[in-house]
Design a protein around this ligand. Structure first.
Ligand code: BGC
Length: 677
């Protein structure tokens, strides 16, 4: 064992050699750690750090939240950072490239504040529209979840910053999150809840995964050997480390169950991984030192991957709130805002024709960055809708607050990150807006029939009792520090909206699959996922319930026509791929972007399957009159379901419909293919 080493001696040790093979560095460093040091490194200190190992000059590994900006508890006293649009808004862009750019930009900010790992993205599936953290998550659909999460992780890690994908798994509600057991079928795990996590491991080589607070089928996430060791590590080949959610180990009984499950790091401080407990459990033979070594190795590996021990010159530099980062934030808001309703094309407004614009509502001038729980950030600036409009309208349109005297009125309604809003630690208690907001909208609409409602919120809202009274509604989410500019550009048509809903908006809560009974939400000790795979639109479609706005919905100021759907083969078998082509034309009179969505329907199957499932999408930008052929490549896995009898994925022989359209409920063209077994 190396004793009393001088800094100069340490610098010459093999693990310090950045040219040495990664695994050799890991082995070398592991071999030099004492048992006590291994114990020590497996739990945190000061909320967001690992402990230093002074003897080997091993610095703290630093972690920071969160999903739409660097900040939160560990750093907000110190540094300001960019407030990017929240994850649900980013997903609503249906533009994976923007997710990658976001990943790169946010990682540069992590580096700039001197940290090594970002506690993001959060990719839990939106099971209930009441979940307080819906704004931090991406979608209700596993395919869209994968296509949005993988580029974020790749973007982050391209900067040698670790992504920590959370909260693994089935942390789908805030209420009762510390103890509830998600009782979920294997099929629902395989088809709905696990695919995003599996993809970030297999496709993006994610360096860290955060284990959830809740239990999964009776066992807490941090000690769930099946979920961690067997699936994540052995099956998917995860080479990074598992960190507990903060204090998630509190209710776990045994230290060794976490070690044996493969949880490396306990945060924010030792509870189960107190040195004394670890020593006793090891002496009692409750875990083997090899298992501890394996866990420690995973953390060391990520330390090397992030350049913790490398010379600064070898590491991608950091930066914060650069013009590039601001552009990424703005692009995401421009592309993520969703035009829900636009009767008689009230929007966009013509800035040359409008004289007076009434701007009202509690969210017109409200800043949103600094709220919501662990995802809160301290931003350099945040342009509110009111500020964005003021800037855009200056010297052109007068902004007033009397709807009756205005050409058009805009009400900025929605939620915030406070009580009963979108926030960590609590779920919403209802889907509707507050009675005061409903009254304001209706009163405004009475005074001015040209009333537009902009919703600023991060989760579905029921609109009964007011939507029929207003000609236009826009879902603007919490769209980051540039939200106000993007909103003003959309209002006056400088930007043509192209966002699509990544989540179904139900008419009422009881239509939603998780809200059938108290057993399915909120549960008590257990919450039963009785709906199985019928989450989101899978439920609404199959049960023939009309949503308020369907998954994938979003209007544009132009129109798109779909024609010439072609398929490369009439039959396929085995692992053969096949190609689907469709011509999309911008049939309106201005440029715009369309998200072309491809769904698959298994016409006849031995088990119940959803009416349709998203298996592909492409976002294309078209000038007025322009046409483009969109190509999708599909294969057996896109036709398959998880067969619980044989415990494997299966495509049954027969006809599959290929449905292509502008939303899950606006299928424009379709064809068929036969799968031969
Ligand atoms: C949240 C995590 C967060 C962690 C650290 C927990 O309460 O669930 O998402 O990363 O705190 O702030």
């Amino acid at each position: 064992m190396d004793k009393d080493l001088f800094k100069e001696d340490i610098a010459k040790l093999p693990f310090m050699d950045s040219n040495l093979d990664l695994e050799k560095r890991v082995e070398d460093l592991l071999g030099r750690l004492t048992l006590e040091e291994k114990f020590k490194i497996c739990s945190g200190t000061r909320l967001f750090f690992t402990k230093r190992i002074k003897r080997l000059n091993l610095p703290k590994f630093k972690m920071t939240d969160g999903p739409h900006g660097v900040g939160a508890l560990g750093t907000f006293f110190i540094k300001k950072t960019t407030y990017f649009p929240t994850a649900i808004c980013r997903t609503a862009t249906w533009n994976p490239e923007l997710s990658e750019q976001f990943g790169v930009a946010i990682a540069q900010e992590v580096r700039d504040v001197g940290y090594h790992m970002l506690l993001a993205p959060g990719i839990n599936i939106d099971r209930t529209p009441l979940n307080g953290r819906t704004f931090e998550y991406q979608t209700e659909d596993p395919h869209l979840n994968i296509k949005t999460a993988v580029p974020v992780v790749k973007g982050i890690q391209s900067q040698r910053i670790a992504a920590c994908v959370k909260h693994y798994v089935c942390n789908n509600q805030e209420l009762n999150r510390f103890k509830v057991s998600a009782e979920v079928s294997e099929r629902a795990l395989q088809e709905i809840y696990l695919p995003g996590f599996e993809a970030v491991v297999r496709e993006a080589d994610v360096w860290s995964i955060m284990a959830c607070y809740n239990k999964v089928n009776g066992i807490f996430g941090c000690e769930n050997k099946n979920i961690l060791k067997e699936r994540l590590m052995e099956e998917w080949g995860f080479r990074g480390f598992v960190v507990s959610d903060w204090l998630a180990t509190r209710h776990i009984l045994k230290t060794e169950s976490c070690i044996n499950a493969g949880m490396t790091l306990e945060m924010p401080y030792p509870i189960k991984y107190k040195v004394k407990r670890l020593r006793e459990a090891l002496i009692a033979g409750n875990f083997m030192e090899d298992s501890l070594d394996e866990n420690v190795k995973r953390l060391l590996r990520v330390m090397f991957l992030t350049g913790l021990l490398d010379d600064e010159s070898l590491i991608p530099p950091g930066s914060r709130n650069t013009p590039e980062h601001q552009i990424v934030a703005r692009k995401i808001s421009e592309e993520g805002i969703v035009l829900l309703k636009n009767k008689e094309n009230l929007l966009p407004l013509d800035i040359e024709k409008i004289k007076k614009l009434a701007v009202l509502g509690p969210n017109a001038d409200k800043k949103m960055a600094f709220g919501g729980g662990s995802s809160m950030i301290r931003t350099f600036y945040e342009i509110t809708p009111f500020q964005g409009l003021k800037e855009k309208c200056s010297n052109k349109v007068e902004i007033i607050d009397l709807p009756s005297e205005a050409d058009v009125a805009i009400v900025f309604a929605g939620l915030n990150h406070k009580k009963y809003g979108d926030r960590e630690g609590k779920d919403k208690i209802k889907l509707e807006l507050s009675p005061e907001q409903i009254e304001l909208i209706n009163k405004t609409a009475q005074e001015n029939p040209k009333t537009i409602v902009f919703l600023i919120n991060g989760s579905p809202i029921a609109m009964d009792g007011w939507i029929e009274n207003v000609p236009a509604v826009v879902e603007a989410w919490y769209a980051g520090q540039e939200a106000g500019n993007a909103i003003a550009d959309i209002i006056f048509g400088d930007i043509n909206p192209s966002g699509k809903l990544p989540i179904t908006f139900p008419k009422k809560l009881s239509d939603s699959p998780a809200h059938v009974s108290k057993r399915t939400y909120p549960g008590n000790e257990k919450v039963y996922y009785d709906e199985g795979i019928f989450v989101g639109y899978r439920h609404f479609d199959t049960k023939k319930i009309d949503p308020l706005f369907p998954f994938g919905h979003g209007l544009s100021y132009t129109t798109f026509s779909y024609e010439n759907l072609k398929i490369s083969k009439e039959t396929v078998s085995g692992d053969e791929k096949f190609t689907v082509l469709v011509d999309i034309t911008n049939s309106g009179d201005r440029a715009g972007a369309e998200v072309v969505q491809l769904y698959v329907q298994d016409v006849e199957c031995s088990v119940e399957r959803p009416l349709k499932e998203l298996k592909g999408f492409k976002k294309i930008q078209l000038e007025a009159g322009e046409k483009q052929t969109v190509i999708f490549v599909l294969e057996k896995k896109d036709l398959s379901f998880f067969d619980e009898i044989n415990n494997s994925w299966k495509a049954e022989g027969g006809i599959f419909k290929i449905l292509v359209g502008s939303s899950s409920r606006d299928i424009r063209v379709q064809t068929e293919i036969e799968y031969l077994v």
